[in-house]
Ligand binder design. Structure first.
Ligand SMILES: [Zn+2]
Length: 176
């Protein structure tokens, strides 16, 4: 099966892993609504190159110990705003993670604490776009700011000015 024959919005995860399925996609930021929502530099959104991402299914082990795995890789530059100087700042986000499929959500929850890999529930209509958005959001840095920048001059000036009431206080004549 070639890449284009798989529907990334509705994947049969059993078949995808058994057939070692492979998907290569380029998706516009505007087609990733939850990721778009956190982009603070809205003016730059239309200039961002599409997200390059891929999914690869894999079977590991044999017989009763057969395991179904999926590899997700993605790269995207997000138009953000520096939290210190408030200037535009593209943030490169990368995802490179393996997931193991288990029978259902309950199994995923039960086993999640005991294993290092990420678990997903098997599905006949798995939406890989949802997973991609989750992982891109998780990969975003918590603090977005340039390594070396200054707060905007205007804010710095306001902070340095004496408080107007402090000046008034000096004019008050002491009561007799
Ligand atoms: Zn900055």
């Amino acid at each position: 099966m070639t890449s284009n024959e798989w529907n990334a919005r509705s994947l049969d995860t059993q078949r995808f892993t058994e057939l070692a399925g492979s998907i290569r996609l380029q998706t516009l930021l505007t087609d990733l609504p939850r990721v778009l929502e956190v982009c603070t530099d809205t003016a730059a959104v239309s200039t961002v190159p599409p997200c390059d991402w891929s999914l690869d299914g894999q079977i590991r082990g044999e017989g009763a110990r057969l395991q179904q795995w999926m590899h997700l890789q993605a790269a995207l530059s997000l138009p953000q705003t520096c939290q210190r100087c408030l200037e535009a700042m593209p943030v490169a986000v990368q995802v490179d993670r393996w997931f193991r499929f288990v029978a259902d959500e309950a199994t995923a929850l039960a086993e999640d604490d005991d294993c290092e890999e990420d678990l997903l529930a098997m599905s006949g209509e798995f939406n890989a776009f949802e997973l991609l958005e989750d992982e891109l959001l998780l990969a975003m840095p918590l603090i977005i700011r340039h390594a070396d920048c200054q707060p905007p001059a205007s804010t710095a000036l306001i902070d340095d000015l004496p408080h107007p009431f402090a000046a008034l206080a000096g004019l008050k004549t002491p009561k007799p």
